[in-house]
Design a protein around this ligand. Structure first.
Ligand code: GTP
Ligand code: MG
Ligand code: ZN
Length: 367
């Protein structure tokens, strides 16, 4: 297996060049666990590795830490030594979401991806708004967006075609396909994207069929049925960690655990961008401080009444302002906490330094 087959290119070669002379080797991270990482080396050998102190200290946020898909410079050491990640090479792209819960931190789901495939179904998981949010973030991260409406075997042809048409209306860049992982229908589409060296990541809610698609592409059982549902007694594949898989015919695939809450990491600009048409309307409201809620001369409410603006979209626009406030509030809070923490660290360092000077004086018999 060559580095190119793992996704290596001239950009990464340039990033790696300064480290080549230091006895380090390039590798791609394929798995992350609570205690360490696994990486693939040129030739295809898999090694376990741990984070080096420099990479840890230089990371300003969690998003700077190595993630699955990242290229790193490894220190293999001597036989039997722990393999250490000395550098994380710059990324060409990263697909992120907001860390679940109260924090406003960014979490990198997959680094250096070329295509992000959103898997959904034409039934219970189907939500235009959620897919729209996904598409917006994929386009922003620089990857190509693809949507798979999976499990089409469970729904009528007409229903599936309508759902696909609706999705096509969301974006000109996104490609929408109908698939059935159960019947191996539409898999050739995924195979077509998976050229050697191309990295694809599969995202979407739990249970939509991401791992089943991967299994089908691998032509067998790659992920064993681990948990058995207590109630139904049926096996269930539930992906618990992110993993990059190299397909035999080339192409790299990152399977993700299902995203329960679609709290994608984002910023105010992205949020606003997705509502440019509504913001445009807002500029035509009679009052500049219009709340768009029963205000006189409100252009947005007029558009809803005239049927040119979707009621649901109007409602999410109103919630969006709250969302932005909340996002900025958390950012400020986090920054304050980080500043306090940095001050504390400086004090600790200063104290340690003072102690060391004292100690050295003592040792020299000066104290
Ligand atoms: N009928 C039908 N069932 C499918 C299809 N694809 C997947 N399934 C079933 O849906 C269930 C969930 O599939 P998974 O592949 O585990 O879903 P996942 O997206 O990987 O879920 P998480 O790992 O929890 O994120 C399994 O019981 C699959 O057999 C399909 O095309 N048709
Ligand atoms: Mg899965
Ligand atoms: Zn208004």
């Amino acid at each position: 297996m060559t580095l190119e087959e793992l996704g290596w290119n001239t950009f990464f070669a340039g990033e790696f060049a300064p480290h080549a002379g230091q006895g380090l080797v390039p590798a791609r991270l394929i798995r992350e666990t609570k205690i360490n990482f696994s990486a693939l080396l040129e030739g295809g050998e898999e090694v376990d590795c741990v984070l080096g102190g420099k990479v840890w200290h230089e990371a300003e946020t969690d998003a700077d830490l190595p993630a699955v898909g990242d290229w790193v410079a490894l220190d293999l050491g001597a036989e039997g030594d722990e393999v250490i990640i000395r550098e994380r090479l710059a990324r060409v792209s990263r697909f992120s979401r907001k860390v679940p819960g109260k924090s406003a931190e960014e979490q990198v789901l997959a680094a250096n991806v070329d295509i992000v495939v959103v898997v959904t179904d034409p039934g219970p998981d189907y939500s235009l708004r959620r897919i729209e949010r996904y598409l917006m973030l994929i386009e922003r991260c620089g990857a190509k967006p693809v949507v798979l409406l999976n499990k089409v075997d469970l729904f009528s042809e007409e229903h599936c075609a309508n759902a696909a048409d609706e999705l096509r209306g969301l974006s000109e860049m996104a490609e929408i396909h109908l698939t059935s992982a159960r019947d191996s229908q539409g898999l050739e589409i995924l195979r077509g994207y998976l050229q050697p060296g191309v990295t694809i990541t599969l995202v979407g809610s739990s249970g939509v069929g991401k791992s089943t698609l991967v299994n089908q592409l691998l032509g067998g059982e790659w992920q064993e049925t681990s948990e058995v549902n207590e109630v139904t007694g049926r096996g269930r594949h539930t992906t618990t960690h992110r993993e990059l898989i190299v397909l035999p015919e080339g192409g790299l695939l990152i399977d993700n655990p299902g995203v329960r809450e679609i709290q994608m990491w984002t910023d105010e600009e992205t949020l606003r961008e997705s509502f440019v048409d509504v913001e445009e309307l807002a500029s035509r409201c009679r009052f500049s401080d219009c709340k768009h809620q029963k205000d006189a001369g409100c252009a947005i409410e007029a558009a809803v009444e005239a049927g040119s603006l979707d009621l649901e979209r109007y409602q999410s626009y109103l919630r969006l302002e709250e969302e932005i406030d909340e996002l900025n509030r958390r950012r400020r809070k986090r920054r304050m906490a980080t500043e306090r923490w940095a001050k504390r660290n400086r004090r600790v360092k200063a104290r340690n330094l003072a102690d060391r000077i004292e100690l050295e004086k003592e040792e020299r018999g000066e104290a």
